[in-house]
Write a protein that binds this ligand. Structure first.
Ligand code: 2HG
Ligand code: ZN
Length: 446
């Protein structure tokens, strides 16, 4: 602690139980552990010096940004130093020629979008935790979000990073060259490495054109099969889709009850789909035509102005908050081939209940990408029987155990279901090469 105080100043090393508390538990309340201290460096040199001091002392380091991760990868397990990157919150000028921006690790996703918007541009990654989640964390976890179907996830926006590796070597790839084919893409390797190889201190991010002509529709369906069929047709016919999101009646009703919202449609439907289109010219007519031509469409609510669009999005965005009011859930985030989504959605609640009879299953997610969020309430945090059932079922159907949230500690015992022994062994070799003393987020991912 004294060595860290010499580097960042005593004010930026937290040691009291009260100060440590918010850094020691994840957002859901499911994962908690003890930190030896929290250190808050103010620049990259201080990050490097902190890592050197930890290496010397043989103390492990957990990097933390906005602490919005959902797999327990950003909170301590026992005695680690929590390295908070939130003070690295400066953002550069938007480069209008290249359509890029450099943001410090502690800049929030909402702040990147605000900077882009001031320049008439848009940051393509967006998700419910936008006001707290940070660039560093979103890069370290390769965060996905609501618009992956159009723009890809964080890795697709990432031109390069500045980072300090576990062994002290530095990487600086912030020049923003779109083409630079000079060997291993170390920035993309760090993207999704979950703090196990090094600490991302800044990122160079791609921005995309800003489309203010935007339409959101919320549509009721009688079944998931009908919703999947509709989504398939719209993906084929509509050029400007940004999101196709799936919700089920019990999740929507929970959101309405938790936040005192009126039901989204006049009739209760078993399945709801939120679809968003955005373009330089108004996409409403094309969207309306496509929806009208779709078999199985029930009621429809349409929003064009910003306030009403946000109101419709709340039914989807607020699922995470509403589910947490029932106590810490088990959060599973699976990828599935589109053709198996309906079968999975139908069957998974039954499999969960056979593993844990009191469990409640909430299903929602990104239909456009084949990514379902399976949230399970009413099961003790350390009872992993429901996780086992859901993850094995997803893999049985040709899916992945993590679509966009990562592995963390929550999924690591199932990593072998999605990655081969040779792949896991190659990952371990990379870990040993870049973090030979093993101080970077030990126990996470591998
Ligand atoms: C979302 O899509 C996030 O809203 C969180 O990925 C999902 O709470 C969840 O399980
Ligand atoms: Zn998601």
């Amino acid at each position: 602690v004294r060595a860290l105080e010499d580097i960042v100043g005593p004010r930026h090393v937290l040691t009291s139980a009260e100060d440590l508390a918010p850094y020691e538990v994840d957002w859901t309340g499911r994962f908690r552990g003890r930190a030896s201290c929290v250190v808050r460096p103010g620049n990259t040199d201080e990050v490097a010096a902190v890592l050197a001091a930890c290496r010397e002392a043989g103390v492990a380091v957990v990097a933390q940004g906005g602490n919005t991760g959902l797999v327990g990868g950003g909170v301590p397990r026992g005695g680690e130093v929590v390295l908070s990157l939130r003070r690295l919150d400066s953002i550069g000028d938007v480069d209008l020629i290249a359509r890029q921006v450099t943001a410090g690790a502690g800049v929030t996703i909402a702040a990147v979008e605000a900077a882009a918007a001031r320049s008439g541009l848009h940051y393509a990654v967006d998700f419910g935790a936008r006001d707290s989640a940070t660039v560093g964390g979103s890069v370290a976890t390769n965060a996905g979000g609501l618009h992956v179907m159009r723009y890809g996830g964080t890795r697709e926006q990432l031109l390069g990073v500045e980072a300090v590796l576990g062994d002290g070597r530095r990487i600086t790839r912030l020049d923003g060259l779109v083409k630079d084919n000079t060997g291993y893409h170390l920035s993309h390797l760090l993207c999704g490495s979950e703090g196990t190889l090094g600490v991302v201190t800044a990122a160079r991010l791609r921005l995309v054109p800003r489309y203010d002509e935007r339409t959101v529709a919320l549509i009721g369906f009688a079944s998931v099969v009908a919703a999947v069929d509709a989504a398939t047709a719209w993906r084929r016919e509509l050029e400007y889709l940004e999101a196709i999101e799936l919700m089920l009646a019990d999740g929507v009703e929970l959101v309405c009850a938790a936040f005192d919202l009126a039901a989204p449609l006049a009739t209760r439907w078993p399945v709801y789909v939120l679809v968003e289109a955005a373009a330089a010219t108004d996409p409403s007519a094309a969207l309306a035509r496509a929806v009208e031509a779709t078999v199985g469409v029930g009621d429809v609510a349409v929003a064009v102005d910003a306030g009403r669009r946000t109101s419709l999005w709340r039914y989807r965005d607020d699922h995470t908050l509403a589910i947490n009011t029932l106590g810490p859930p088990h959060k599973l985030d699976v990828s599935l081939p589109l053709r198996h989504i309906a079968a999975f959605a139908e069957e998974v609640p039954h499999r969960v209940v056979s593993a844990a009879p009191v469990a409640r299953t909430f299903l929602f997610g990104h239909l456009g990408d084949g990514n379902l969020h399976v949230n399970i309430s009413g099961v003790a945090p350390d009872d992993e029987s429901v996780d086992d059932v859901v993850l094995r079922f997803a893999v049985e159907l040709g899916g992945s155990i993590s679509a966009e949230h990562g592995i963390g500690i929550a999924k690591r015992q199932w990593l072998h279901l999605s990655r081969s022994p040779d792949e896991i062994d190659a990952m371990r070799s990379i870990k040993r090469a870049l973090d030979p003393t093993g101080i970077m987020n030990p126990g996470v991912l591998l």
